[in-house]
Design a protein around this ligand. Structure first.
Ligand code: ASP
Length: 301
């Protein structure tokens, strides 16, 4: 049994390791009884629920201030599902899984995804947290200009809060006791995205991929990850090379094409790999032989 989770490629220090660890612990518990896909879903739900991470609650808003979330899941038998630009649900990853398990389709978007979620009984939920952050940013700007010095006393703390508040997209890959593999990714997208923009995260073969050789979750510049189909390449390379080597090959390609991205992977033997081109990739992992999950920052740039 193995699980690896990431908290999105970022250029800032990462201070949400507690949540990454909790996500690994949850996957570990769930996979004692269930499969890799259950481990991945339960881990990602924990990550989505942390407002400091850009997925589920806390997602970046689009240019109109609306939150449109995207997520996908895939298993080693090529079953897969995703949602893009979905609104008003708490856990897009669970809706993505429902698309995989309950429909003939792979991807539902926008209004169709919202309708699907509500017909399935997913409770309406307002994932706004970024707007709070936006308000905080505006308050800081105003406080900086304020003549009354009392406001200046709060500035440092407020800036600190802002620095702490927001990191990236989330993802998980896992292998269970029986050898099944699964990958999942969930995001609020990127800053200043146009309404309706879809990045790599809900797209199979781009942000998420699994096949009999391995499972992969990506983060970073969605448009470039889509262009080069990075998750599929790394997943398929695991037929011939181990997980870390396949990730390294992906990062080499990313470097050549100047793609800012991060990746986590697990192969069919339960070997894991990770890497990033630019920025830092916070991650946590747990393997059967380890007592507790470990977390780290990776920077391969
Ligand atoms: N890949 C995500 C997107 O383009 C963003 C991220 O991973 O930070 O939507």
């Amino acid at each position: 049994m193995v699980v690896v989770v990431h908290g999105g490629l970022s250029e800032k220090d990462f201070l949400a390791f507690d949540t990454l660890i909790r996500a690994c612990e949850m996957a570990r518990e769930v996979m004692r009884e269930k499969e890799a896909i259950d481990g991945v879903e339960s881990a990602i739900k924990i990550l989505e629920d942390d407002p400091r991470l850009n997925a589920g609650t806390g997602s970046f808003p689009n240019l109109l201030g609306e939150i449109e979330m995207s997520a996908s899941v895939m298993k080693n038998d090529y079953s897969c599902g995703g949602v893009a630009a979905i609104k008003n649900v708490k856990n897009p990853i669970s809706v993505a899984r429902a698309v995989m398990e309950k429909t003939r389709h792979i991807l539902l978007v926008g209004e169709g995804a919202n309708l699907f979620a509500s017909l399935l009984g997913f409770e309406p939920y307002n994932p706004v947290a970024e707007l709070t952050i936006e308000t905080l940013k505006e308050s800081i700007c105003e406080a900086e200009k304020e003549k009354n010095p009392i406001y200046h006393c709060y500035l440092e703390k407020a800036r600190e809060k802002l620095r702490e508040t927001h990191w990236g997209t989330v993802g998980a890959v896992a292998k269970d006791e029986k050898g099944s593999l699964a990958a999942g990714t969930s995001t609020g997208g990127v800053k200043m995205q146009l309404p309706g923009r879809v990045g790599d995260s809900p797209l199979i073969g781009c942000g998420t991929f699994a096949c009999p050789f391995g499972a992969v979750s990506m983060t970073g510049e969605g448009e470039e990850i889509i262009r080069w189909g990075l998750a599929r390449r790394i997943g398929e390379w695991m037929e011939k090379v181990d997980a870390q080597k396949a990730v390294n090959m992906g990062i080499e390609l990313a470097r050549e094409k100047k793609i800012f991205c991060g990746v986590i992977a697990v192969n069919s033997q339960g070997e894991i790999g990770w890497g990033a081109n630019g920025g830092i990739l916070p991650l946590a992992y747990w393997k059967k032989e380890m007592e507790e999950p470990l977390c780290m920052l990776t920077n391969n740039s």
